[in-house]
Design a protein around this ligand. Structure first.
Ligand SMILES: Nc1ncnc2c1ncn2[C@@H]1O[C@H](COP(=O)(O)OP(=O)(O)OP(=O)(O)O)[C@@H](O)[C@H]1O
Length: 336
């Protein structure tokens, strides 16, 4: 378990970490998610020991490492732009941490072979970093970080510089790798889809503070506040209330909309709106709407529902958030 308690960090007069408390369970893959400048990297670097804190403590498995340098914290680190040793082969790059620790040659050879297989780079041991793709280089970086059996693996936007398809492949690969090696992993990302896809816990940061920590489903379905709700998925403002676009049901008939089972607290009720656009998104359809009040919002419905409704631009429709709606929980007692 990594425990960060009351972490504070200033850069000049700017407060980058504002009394951050977080527990990261052993064996978890925890994502630090937040917008640019929210303090994710600063928190990760503080756990790594690459950034000193103005106040607060970091413990790893019960050991207070606040005053320890990075090399004594038992961590492996991978950055967005991994600094490989260009003049060394893949094999020697991965072996680096073991070589400087003067491990026996046979042990190093076995370990490197095992790791290259785990990261899917067996057969690449004699290549140089320049002869690898960006995704392969990041996998080599992970193998190198794992070589010294770290207690904790810290990843700062490791796939940030790669194109969308490679990113998606690599994050699924990371999830499988984590299931195999179980090392406590902390991943910094600003991409909510990436966090939802790979992490078993997500901490949402904003302005140097943690807004909420929880598993992806809890954060998506029971966000503690508007910020978390808006950051983890699309939102629509319906009668002044934030709801998920796919939790909005559309009816041609006002009475049918009123009859919908909508046990949502502070339900905005039935909103009468004009269809502005119908946008096919594949399996679903996004319906852009303008309420009589002038408020614009979007509903997301299946193609089948859209076909049944036979929606046309300019028509009037009745919208309601149903009982399945994710409505922000304003009760601070329930906020995690
Ligand atoms: N060495 C530094 N000196 C001054 N300000 C810094 C320094 N490092 C970070 N900051 C500032 O602290 C804030 C938090 O930075 P941090 O890198 O932790 O954010 P982040 O959430 O990781 O953002 P990003 O996704 O853009 O990397 C930012 O406003 C940044 O400009």
């Amino acid at each position: 378990m990594i425990t960060v308690t009351a972490a504070r960090k200033h850069y000049g007069s700017f407060l980058a970490l504002d009394d951050v408390d977080i527990d990261i369970p052993s064996g978890s893959l925890t994502a630090l998610l937040g917008p640019s400048g929210s303090g994710k990297s600063t928190l990760l670097r503080a756990i790594a020991g690459l950034e000193g804190l103005d106040g607060g403590t970091v413990t790893i498995d019960g050991r207070d490492v606040t005053a320890e340098p990075p090399q004594r914290r038992g961590i492996g680190f991978v950055f967005q732009h991994y600094a490989a040793f260009k003049h060394m082969t893949v094999r020697d790059n991965v072996a680096f941490g073991l070589t400087i620790r003067k491990r026996p040659k046979a042990e190093i050879a076995k370990k490197v072979d095992d790791l290259l297989e785990i990261v899917g780079l067996d057969g690449f041991q004699h290549r140089y970093p320049a002869q690898l793709s960006g995704g392969q280089r990041q996998r080599m970086a992970l193998a190198r970080a794992l070589a010294v059996d770290p207690q904790v693996l810290l990843l700062d936007e490791p796939f940030g510089a790669l194109d969308a398809k490679v990113r998606t492949d690599l994050r699924q690969w990371l999830r499988r790798l984590h299931d195999e090696v179980h090392v406590t992993t902390v991943l910094v990302t600003h991409d909510q889809e990436e966090a939802l896809d790979v992490a078993d816990r997500i901490a949402v940061l904003n302005h140097g503070r943690i807004e909420q920590v929880g598993d992806p489903v809890t954060l998506y379905e029971r966000p503690a506040n508007d910020f978390v709700m808006g950051f983890l998925g699309s939102v629509a403002s319906l009668g002044g209330q934030l709801v998920r676009p796919h939790d909005i049901v559309l009816e041609r008939d006002h009475a049918a909309a009123l009859a919908l089972d909508a046990k949502v607290a502070d339900s905005p009720g039935v909103i009468t709106a004009t269809v502005e656009r119908v946008v096919p998104l594949g399996f679903e359809v996004r319906v852009d709407l303008r309420a009589d009040s002038g408020e614009r919002f979007a509903a997301q419905i299946t193609r089948r529902d859209a076909a049944e409704l036979g929606l046309r631009e300019g028509e009037t429709i009745h919208a309601r958030a149903t009982s399945r709606s994710t409505v922000v929980d304003h009760d601070p007692a329930l906020a995690i």
